[in-house]
Design a protein around this ligand. Structure first.
Ligand SMILES: NC(=O)c1ccc[n+]([C@@H]2O[C@H](COP(=O)([O-])OP(=O)(O)OC[C@H]3O[C@@H](n4cnc5c(N)ncnc54)[C@H](OP(=O)(O)O)[C@@H]3O)[C@@H](O)[C@H]2O)c1
Length: 275
């Protein structure tokens, strides 16, 4: 089904298979994973429109995609920080597909503490990405699930002077801070130096907003669930603007995920490289 949303950009609303997908879907998913590992191969048509843009980035040999799962009224968690689960089965499966297609998943320490996520690929076939937490003040406990030794790389990004006690095998990337903040550009350079090319900024709102504000995202996947929370934490926190013409107007494609809608936002024109 093709529809046009609004008049600004043509968008295609395509059903993406939900859990319980048929065998041929699983085969084409495997073909997609193979094509992501080998740039010479064509992407299966089934997935090209949703995931094709994640294959390669336009800048620095990096592809950086942010994701947010939110309610219709733009909330990503309740006021107490509870967010499991805003998205339904199809939305969660999409998140696992994103994880399977990237080399590394990055979360802020707020999410690591609130959700204690595994950040593994469990709902689809695929390899677990490296798990990376930004924790400049060493707030995360060493037994957080992110640090589970399951074969995936585990990395902490922290301040230059931070003595970060970590379990065996956990890598530490120390970066300079300004007023306690690490530049997202420095984070991307650091991750590139560790060999990563496709990076998912999975949350939370603060972390995704910092990458967005710095011009460090190529794409943003926003999955909107049919929920109105009426209160709670906002999905984005960016500097205040006074006029609508200062707002970011995005080029998007929309895809249906059961009763949720995925907005695939193209931010490549706003992507900034800073040395
Ligand atoms: N719905 C969704 O898609 C989704 C996804 C993920 C999380 N969540 C929810 O979101 C909430 C957590 O989000 P959040 O916005 O509060 O926190 P967050 O983004 O997970 O973590 C923010 C913290 O990470 C550190 N950080 C991140 N980027 C940094 C940088 N560039 N430089 C320095 N420090 C950096 C800072 O730690 P310090 O404060 O120690 O300086 C910052 O306060 C939880 O309730 C979770 O359940 C929802």
């Amino acid at each position: 089904m093709d529809i046009t949303i609004g008049t600004r950009s043509p968008a295609c609303l395509t059903d993406i298979p939900a859990p319980g997908q048929a065998d041929h879907e699983q085969e084409s998913w495997q073909a997609l994973l193979t094509a992501f590992a080998n740039h010479q191969l064509d992407l299966p048509e089934r997935w090209a429109e949703v995931f094709g843009s994640l294959r390669r980035g336009s800048k620095e040999n990096l592809m950086v995609v942010g994701q947010i799962g939110q309610t219709i009224d733009g909330r990503i968690a309740t006021i107490t920080g509870h967010s499991k689960y805003i998205n339904g089965a199809a939305g969660l499966m999409h998140l696992h597909r994103l994880r399977a297609l990237v080399d590394a998943v990055v979360v802020g320490v707020g999410t690591a503490i609130a959700d204690d996520p595994l950040l593994t690929v469990r709902l689809v076939a695929g390899k677990h990405p490296a798990r990376i937490v930004i924790d400049p003040k060493n707030r995360l406990h060493a037994d957080a699930k992110i640090f589970n030794a399951d074969g995936a790389r585990r990395i902490v990004i922290t301040e230059l002077d931070q003595k970060y006690p970590v379990a065996a095998g956990v890598e530490v990337l120390r970066l300079p801070t300004t007023d306690g903040k690490i530049s997202p550009h420095a984070i991307l350079r650091g991750l590139a130096s560790l060999g990563f090319e496709r990076i998912l900024i999975e949350g939370g709102a603060d972390t995704v907003s910092r990458f967005m504000q710095a011009g460090c995202l190529d794409r943003l996947h926003v999955i909107v669930a049919p929920i109105i929370m009426g209160s709670g934490r906002a999905g984005f926190s960016l500097p205040a603007i006074e006029h609508m013409d200062q707002a970011k107007r995005l080029t998007v494609r929309a895809h249906k995920l059961d009763d949720e809608v995925l907005f695939d936002c193209d931010l490549s024109a706003q992507r900034i490289v800073q040395n």
